[in-house]
Design a binder for this molecule. Structure first.
Ligand SMILES: [Zn+2]
Length: 299
């Protein structure tokens, strides 16, 4: 088995929310409320599917809210709001990663997930800065502190910037640099959507791995083909926006196409994006088929 290439996940995993205790815990966010069984349930799915590098599934909150809830200067009303200077106020995701480490087999790795500073700045109502760039940089400095603690507990950190596909700012590289500079673990940048027009900017980012939606956006193959770049590729190989579970042969064909374009530059295979909008069963089947396809191609 080619362990140079590993299977992994992106973003958030479906949470089972059909019970009152979860809903009450979610809305109260009391420290006494135990998230562990919800994290465990997501993690067990990833382990059982055979994924090599797993995450906590961002079970606790939808993606950005995990960060808005814990970063100083932010609060969550109908939408997240920034009401004061944005500053790090203690670890955001680290406790969950420690818990994940305690329940997974030794042969599995963990990827830490950080919502990117530009995406955070674009996802809130700014009632304090009136300066989108300054706000994004303060988020970057806060996330840098999170990354410095997180790196001790994970084997890779992913900075997730879905908003890059909508509007990649000219200071994107500086933002990402603040977070990743000098980290001891490898880093990944995930940007979903059609990023084909910003490939020249993405390949300038100081990360080890670039992660994109190659399954839903096959034109990305042509967009990347035209460039030389140093990063390796995390190949999105099953769709996250459709409940259709891709058969193994279809995923194998997709991976082989990826190998024709990128050769050994593929370091990871993943779903296109977080699977949170799918049912738990669909998400699990997609991961299982992804692993089976990996084994067929690289085994
Ligand atoms: Zn995504």
């Amino acid at each position: 088995m080619n362990k140079g290439v590993k299977t992994t996940v992106i973003g958030s995993y479906p949470v089972i929310t059909d019970n009152m205790e979860f809903m009450k815990g979610y809305f109260s966010q009391k420290d006494s409320f135990s998230w562990e069984r919800y994290i465990q349930s997501a993690v067990n799915n990833m382990v059982d599917a055979g994924i090599d590098i797993i995450s906590d599934g961002q079970t606790r909150d939808p993606f950005v809210n995990i960060f808005f809830r814990k970063i100083k200067g932010c609060r969550i009303r109908d939408r997240p709001e920034v009401i004061d200077k944005v500053e790090f106020d203690g670890s955001i995701t680290v406790d969950d990663q420690k818990y994940v480490r305690s329940i997974i087999p030794d042969d599995r790795e963990i990827i830490g997930l950080i919502a990117g500073p530009f995406t955070l700045a674009q996802s809130c109502i700014d009632l304090y800065y009136n300066d989108e760039k300054e706000l994004a940089f303060d988020f970057a400095h806060a996330l840098r502190q999170e990354a410095k603690i997180l790196e001790k507990h994970v084997s890779m950190i992913s900075v997730d910037e879905p908003f890059f596909s909508v509007n990649m700012p000219e200071y994107a590289k500086e933002l990402i640099e603040i977070i990743v500079e000098g980290l001891s673990c490898p880093t990944r940048l995930h940007a979903c959507g059609d990023v084909s027009k910003i490939v020249p900017d993405l390949i300038e980012l100081p990360v080890n791995v670039l992660s994109h939606e190659f399954k839903a956006t096959p034109q990305l193959f042509d967009a990347f083909k035209e460039h030389n770049f140093s990063q390796s590729i995390c190949l999105g190989s099953v769709r996250s926006d459709s409940p259709h579970v891709e058969p193994v042969e279809e995923i194998v064909e997709h991976i082989n196409h990826g190998r024709d374009v990128f050769g050994d530059k593929i370091s990871q295979l993943s779903p296109d994006c977080g699977l949170r909008l799918q049912t738990r069963n669909v998400a699990f089947q997609k991961l299982k088929n992804l692993v089976k396809a990996y084994e067929e191609v690289y085994g």
